[in-house]
Ligand binder design. Structure first.
Ligand code: SF4
Length: 252
């Protein structure tokens, strides 16, 4: 049977062995999101950061995080193409929890992007558009961090189906922590309703998953929750969450 190679993973706060990451993932496999976040903040402190896109999972994760630690480090990627409802939600969340959520942007304004790459890049080359407006700002957001915490769930996409609660992120070269990985959509909404968590008004208007205005449409009854993202294109992910296992180095 092929085994994972052992390699040392250097983070800013510790040197983690791949074995240790796998052992931690096994130990936290059945942990609640609260337990996972408590472990993450104890382990990585200020060097852990939470990424949010202000989706339903993202707001639930923020609510849980502030109950574990009052001022968690949180950021989002402002692509310049977000819905006004998303910006309004950011303000509601900041005032409800008394926190600041940092934003990271592309170095190119939409106008500069159009001059350099042509009009409607999200339509002609959405991968490049995502790279410029999401991946490059994410790289900056993760600079100097030991771990990032995301709200992904395994059942959202094929690419996320193998995500572990704790894993090494080969794409971004730091620890990735996914406290909600075992939750389903129902768990997320149960949590939001039970805890009166602020959420995006678009969710009540047929938008289960919300990204940029150019690449998000509402979905019909019974359609998959991500059917409105890049509808009509083969693209299903923006590229922030590369599947970890496909990138793991395997020994003969
Ligand atoms: S989701 Fe669409 S508009 Fe937003 S960065 Fe990606 S391609 Fe561009």
């Amino acid at each position: 049977m092929r085994q994972l190679t052992t390699e040392f993973v250097k983070t800013n706060s510790a040197a983690w062995e791949m074995d240790r990451i796998q052992e931690t993932a096994s130990r936290l496999a059945r942990a609640t999101p609260e337990e996972t976040l408590r472990w993450a903040f104890e382990q990585f402190g200020e060097t852990a950061t939470i990424a949010t896109g202000f989706g339903a999972e993202g707001v639930a994760l923020i609510d849980i995080a502030v109950k574990v630690t009052p001022t968690p480090n949180i950021f989002f990627l402002d692509t310049a193409f977000l819905f006004p409802e998303t910006h309004e939600l950011r303000q509601r969340i900041e005032s409800r929890y008394g926190i600041r959520i940092k934003s990271f942007q592309s170095q190119l304004t939409p106008q500069q992007q159009e001059i350099e790459f042509g009009p409607r890049l999200w339509s002609t080359d959405p991968d490049l558009c995502c790279r410029l407006r999401k991946l490059e700002p994410l790289k900056e957001a993760l600079q100097g961090r030991a771990a990032w915490i995301t709200a992904i769930r395994r059942d959202q996409t094929i690419e996320r189906s193998n995500a572990e609660v704790v894993e090494w992120d080969y794409q971004w070269q730091l620890i990735k922590i996914n406290p909600l990985v075992r939750w389903g959509r129902g768990d997320v909404w149960d949590y939001i309703k039970r805890n009166h968590v602020p959420y995006n008004a678009l969710h009540d208007r047929g938008y289960p998953s919300i990204g940029c205005t150019h690449c998000t449409i509402s979905v019909g009854e019974g359609e998959s929750e991500r059917a409105g993202r890049w509808a009509g294109k083969v693209k299903t992910e923006c590229g922030l969450h590369a599947p970890a296992r496909s990138l793991v180095v395997l020994a003969g």
